[in-house]
Design a protein around this ligand. Structure first.
Ligand code: AMP
Length: 417
């Protein structure tokens, strides 16, 4: 049965907490952005305050074997500083029995990178390039088998399990999903995870209408499932960025050299037809900033999105598109934003994305619920200084995308089951 941090009695208990401390490090192994560490603190501090101790586990990067570059020892000092107690370190996440057993209430232990072990992800490593299908199958079965012991060992350290790692909730890994079954009566979400789940529910389950989704980014192919799920749920679907040109071309527009995917044109037409059937308003770009080169020094001109000259490519939304979108956004009560509406990494092409961030801030100030989630749009609102002017900024790129595809995330299901 799922428990809740606020009501669970942690007195004298050891909690094993899956966090996402996958922070960026520079060449001297210094943390360049500690957001992920700070966002896990409310959960960890709560357990300590309530008389428990914590065994903290995370991955860092994508090591394929033990590799000092990806060691969590680089972050022990910062975690200690944030938590306000000296954090002990276990150099092997599978050999921490004694250290875990010795923990007293109020103490904390950080386990070494879970991904030093193939068992965390449950995928075989070191297979020869010319391995046969049989060999691959056998290797997969072997790692799945040893994964059971791996997870059991982690579970043996603690009395209860907390998952506070939304960033990996879409993966059915040892520490994110499989471990939960060892704590049938003592498993729960951390505050960060609870916040993310609530934010998704606010948009996909309990949205106040009108509900608008703004989906941008580069390719239709990477967000096809998102578009297909949303078109059945929202009142307005704004499609911007590089992916918009496939929709324009599919309807017979001239898009010059803009990014597009011919093989996805039938899907684009399907989405438009479904929207029509369901009475959903799809708003595509009507005006585009076109450039004659994909660079900051390019010449630019504003043109209708369906009449982009040859040799020019759409790199940002034009003023008329932005005005249409602003009207929709300011008339909405719930707004989800995923993906930039232009090549925002180049300042000259970032105006559209900045305008969307401003519109969202204005809608939020006027009482709308606004969720920004998934990869680049989070980077965009943060870069532009709007992160605290929207209702919620998700910490999980891939996890948020899968959630808005309508999938049940394994890390969430395992605690709820
Ligand atoms: P995604 O990861 O799918 O959200 O895509 C984000 C990327 O889409 C960013 O790197 C943007 O530069 C890119 N992008 C947005 N609009 C365009 C465009 N019109 N042409 C090419 N790339 C774009």
């Amino acid at each position: 049965m799922q428990q809740f941090i606020d009501s669970y009695d942690f007195t004298g208990k050891k909690a094993i907490v899956r966090v996402d401390f996958n922070v960026p490090l520079n060449e001297n192994f210094e943390i360049t952005d500690d957001t992920r560490i700070r966002r896990a603190m409310p959960t960890l501090k709560k357990v300590l305050e309530k008389g428990g101790s914590v065994i903290i586990m995370s991955h860092l990067g994508r090591p394929k074997k033990v590799d000092a570059k990806f060691s969590l020892k680089h972050i022990v000092a910062r975690v200690s500083e944030c938590l306000g107690v000296p954090v002990q370190f276990a150099e092997d996440c599978q050999k921490a029995q004694e250290q875990a057993a010795a923990l007293k209430p109020g103490e904390a232990l950080l386990l070494e990178n879970l991904r030093y072990y193939a068992e965390e992800e449950g995928k075989p490593r070191g297979l020869a390039e010319d391995a046969t299908d049989e060999e691959k199958k056998a290797a997969k079965a072997a790692v799945k088998e040893s994964q059971k012991e791996f997870v059991k060992t982690l579970a043996s350290y603690a009395d209860c399990y907390i998952n506070d790692a939304f960033g990996t909730a879409h993966r059915a890994h040892g520490s994110t999903a499989l471990i939960a079954k060892y704590f049938p009566e003592d498993k729960m979400f951390g505050y960060l995870m609870e916040g993310e789940i609530k934010a998704i529910d606010n948009v996909l389950k309990n949205a106040e209408r009108p509900l608008t989704a703004i989906i941008g980014g580069s390719k239709v192919s990477s967000k096809l499932a998102v578009l297909k799920n949303l078109v059945g749920k929202v009142d307005n679907l704004i499609i911007g960025g590089g992916m918009g040109y496939t929709f324009i071309k599919a309807q017979g527009g001239q898009i010059g050299n803009s990014l597009h995917e011919d093989d996805l044109m039938p899907d684009a037409l399907d989405i438009l037809a479904t929207a029509k059937e369901k009475g959903v308003n799809i708003s595509l770009s009507v005006e585009t900033l076109a450039a004659d080169d994909f660079s900051a020094s390019a010449n630019t001109q504003v043109v209708p999105t369906n009449a982009i000259p040859e040799g020019w490519e759409g790199v940002d939304a034009g003023p008329a598109s932005l005005q249409n979108w602003k009207n929709i956004i300011l008339n909405s009560k719930t707004i989800l934003w995923n993906g930039p509406v232009g090549v925002f990494e180049i300042d000259a092409f970032a105006k559209g994305t900045l305008q969307i961030a401003e519109d969202l801030a204005e809608a939020t100030a006027a009482g709308a619920y606004t969720l920004v989630g998934g990869g680049d749009s989070v980077a965009a609102v943060t870069k532009m200084g709007y992160a605290d002017k929207v209702s919620y900024v998700s910490t999980g790129g891939g996890a948020m995308l899968e959630a808005i595809e309508g999938k049940e995330l394994p890390g969430i299901a395992a605690v709820r089951e």
